[in-house]
Design a protein around this ligand. Sequence first.
Ligand code: NAD
Length: 353
Amino acid sequence: MKKVTLIPGDGIGPEIVDSVKKIFRAAGVQIEWEEEYAGQTALDFFGELLPQKTLDSIKKNKVALKAPLTTPVGKGFRSVNVRLRKELNLYANVRPIRTIEGILTPLSSAAKIDMVIVRENTEGLYAGVEHMVGDDAAETIRVITTKGSRRIGQFAVNLLKNRNVPEKSTGKYAVARKRLTIVHKANIMKLTDGLFLNTVNDVAKDSGFIVDDRIIDNMCMQLVQRPETFDVIVCPNFHGDIISDLCAALVGGLGVAPGANIGDECAVYEAIHGTAPDIAGQGKANPTSLLLSATMMLRDKNIGDDANADRIEAAMFKTIKEGYFVTGDIIKKDGSRGTGTTGSFTDAIISNL
Ligand code: NAD
């Protein structure tokens, strides 16, 4: 049986992890979870935010599922998520964004959204190289390299190759699919974003796919106006961070969008939202983001259980479309909020399996 590292995380983490475990068990998924700790829970129990044992477990199993983690604010701790990505060289952050039937979204357009954001995960503004310049100024250093840009560009092209999408998107602005859009601000940050744009263009130009680019501000507008036209989007770290939350909002919010951090050796699949301390322990957490991350994980090259991934997703989408048990963060098509709990939503998915 394949072993997978499981990090239950902080806040609502253990509740949504419990939901995923129950659904996987009911579906008969052949996985053995190896539970390890990180974040506030690890700090409380083991005196460190990211124990070596947790890293070793992920390196050994090559695949992990991670719930959100708390990094204590203002105590000099470096973000545990950023450290995890660095230590394991998880250079690609992958966020699929797909319309989910049954959820009322901010867009009136009936067009189906189906895109993937590929964000460079190790460079740019997240290198954490910051210092004071005297008492009244602070400086951050934004490093972008040819190697990092080439690697993420190649990753995006490979993803596009393996992507199973119709030839054309649907909706008012329907366009041909298999398209790579590079997002940047190279008109202002000519050296850093210029290097990213030129390098990714270079990697992708002979791929046979449509390759184009957008300046980040224009991209934000187009993502709201015509999201159905985008397919795979590749961007430097900070731009990617912002547009991924914007895009999550287009399909129903942070509670329903999955994510993965992928490197050449290991992959960590994770819910994209935080620990939601305001609702922790109240049975209000929506497990969808973590469950969709977990089904992405089932399709990982080291697991390859696409059949169960499809089955679990079908049961989950059916439960959301029916709408009886969705949680309160979901606004249904009739404008009312969900009244379900983490538990009742989980049970409904299991009965739809
Ligand atoms: P958050 O995502 O935790 O919460 C934002 C809002 O969304 C809250 O109102 C919350 O109740 C709601 N929400 C989030 N996930 C939900 C879910 N699954 N179901 C229902 N509602 C949900 O963001 P925040 O409040 O900015 O951050 C809280 C903590 O999480 C901070 O300590 C932050 O550092 C941490 N964080 C961790 C990660 C991670 O581990 N990947 C990511 C972001 C934030």
